[in-house]
Design a protein around this ligand. Structure first.
Ligand code: SF4
Length: 184
């Protein structure tokens, strides 16, 4: 399913792509926590928030609580962005809107879990850094990649396009927000 909108307060477009797959398919084709954990451990954000590994639970067990994954991808068009900063600002603005939408969807679907797109940015400094529990467990949600999935392959297989990144100087054609809702 695909839908596009261009609200009055945006000067760029966002297109949504959605599909569903079973948790069995997600785990068999797009999950390898050992591998993602190794990649995460080399990242500067490793263990910097409670939404990032290492965890005190097994991610596969977490996924096994559910049977269906509704994959929801928003593609943010970077056409007309004056510079790298403006394109990034679009991404940050849309991430806030998207993450809130996943939380709202979670509330509307019994026993579901709304994933976040990328890292947790709820607090300026995560409580984990001072050894305290998460201060917003009602808002903190894991991302697909944090708990062992490979969004690049998933998005390519399901929708036929790729996740693009900036090298810090170039503006990619679009940015993607990739997450969705896990359902019983
Ligand atoms: S909500 Fe705040 S305390 Fe919790 S994981 Fe996110 S940044 Fe850390």
């Amino acid at each position: 399913m695909q839908k596009a909108w261009n609200e009055m307060d945006r000067n760029y477009s966002v297109t949504r792509f959605e599909t569903e797959l079973s948790i069995d398919e997600l785990l068999s084709k797009y999950f390898d926590f050992e591998k993602t954990h190794k990649l995460c451990s080399a990242c500067s954000g490793y263990a910097q928030t409670w939404a990032c590994p290492p965890f005190d639970f097994e991610p596969e067990d977490f996924f096994r609580q559910f049977s269906v994954f509704r994959l929801i991808v928003d593609r943010i068009d970077n056409a007309g962005a004056a510079d790298v900063d403006e394109a990034q600002q679009r991404l940050f603005t849309e991430k806030d809107r998207y993450d809130q939408e996943m939380l709202d969807l979670e509330k509307s679907i019994p026993e579901s879990y709304g994933l976040a797109a990328q890292e947790c940015v709820q607090c300026k400094k995560c409580a984990r850094l001072s050894g305290h529990p998460c201060v917003h467990p009602d808002k903190m949600r894991y991302s697909l990649e944090a708990i062992g999935c490979f969004p690049v392959e998933l998005v390519h297989d399901k929708f036929g396009f790729d996740i693009l990144w900036s090298d810090g100087e170039s503006i990619p054609e679009y940015y993607l927000l990739v997450a969705g809702v896990l359902k019983k």
